[in-house]
Design a protein around this ligand. Structure first.
Ligand code: NAP
Length: 232
């Protein structure tokens, strides 16, 4: 909810329900100065709106270097996480066929997003080859699992692979490395898909502020389905 508007800011009013990025100030607080924002769709509750900002913008920034997705087959490594699930739904909305990796317990969730699920780890190329006999056009890594070289081998060209999670691997292999940008247009795209029911941020768990250390420990296990939020 907008409390105050800075000088020179237009297109938003006090009392509007917005979501976005907290820039360098961070956002685990009653009040945050947003560096990019968009109106939150009525289909999301406040926790979903809070979880959607960084995840959706990171996903879109990771998809941009892969080019047009309409009619193409995309492999998403780590498709059940906050960034990965956003990338799956946004890529499908842009016309892609998506194969997404996740542990077995997440396969039904990945299928509910519209992706073809498969397991990550050894044998990935064989499993993906069976699911996509025509080949995979592009791949996005959101897992930092050390699988970038496998993704390049599956796609056949480092220029058609991007990562938001493995900077060292990207430099070594010549893969695109993408970071979240302060981009209100990307947030607006995510919000529009939210209003249409085509991007639904999933909140796996919410912790009270007093348990924020537990929340960080939980996320650091690296197996979050969707997002973890802090309630104030
Ligand atoms: N560049 C940026 O601006 C930016 C911004 C935000 C986040 N990030 C990075 O993006 C990554 C994803 O963030 P997130 O918030 O989406 O994380 P997350 O919610 O914790 O999701 C991680 C996902 O990775 C999957 N996973 C775990 N081990 C895996 C493995 N060995 N191979 C493949 N997938 C595996 C998990 O699936 P299972 O539970 O099914 O195992 C989980 O769904 C993190 O590395 C984060 O630091 C970068």
């Amino acid at each position: 909810m907008v409390d105050e508007i800075g000088t020179g800011v237009s297109g938003v009013n006090a009392g509007d329900r917005v979501f976005g990025l907290g820039g360098v100030t961070g956002a685990t607080a009653e009040l945050a100065v947003l560096s990019a924002w968009a109106a939150a769709p009525g289909t999301w509750d406040d926790a979903q709106a809070a979880g959607a900002g960084l995840a959706s913008v990171t996903a879109i920034c990771g998809l941009v270097p892969l080019g047009p997705l309409d009619g193409r087959t995309l492999l998403v490594e780590g498709g059940a996480g906050g960034v990965g699930s956003a990338a799956v739904e946004i890529a499908i909305a842009r016309g892609a066929t998506v194969i997404a990796t996740g542990s077995e317990r997440n396969h039904a969730y990945l299928a509910s997003l519209g992706a073809v699920p498969t397991t990550y780890g050894p044998g990935l190329a064989e499993r993906v080859g069976a699911l996509a006999p025509g080949g995979v056009d592009v791949a996005l890594d959101t897992a930092a699992s050390g699988s970038l070289a496998d993704l390049v081998a599956i796609v056949g060209d480092a220029a058609r692979v991007a990562t938001v999670a493995d900077q060292a691997g990207a430099e070594r292999l010549g893969v695109h490395q993408a970071n979240a940008e302060n981009n209100s247009a990307y947030l607006a795209e995510a919000a529009e898909l939210g209003a249409e029911g085509r991007y639904t941020p999933r909140i796996e768990r919410s912790f009270p502020l007093e348990e924020i250390a537990d929340a960080h420990s939980y996320v650091e296990r690296g197996h979050t389905r969707g997002k973890v939020t802090i309630s104030l």
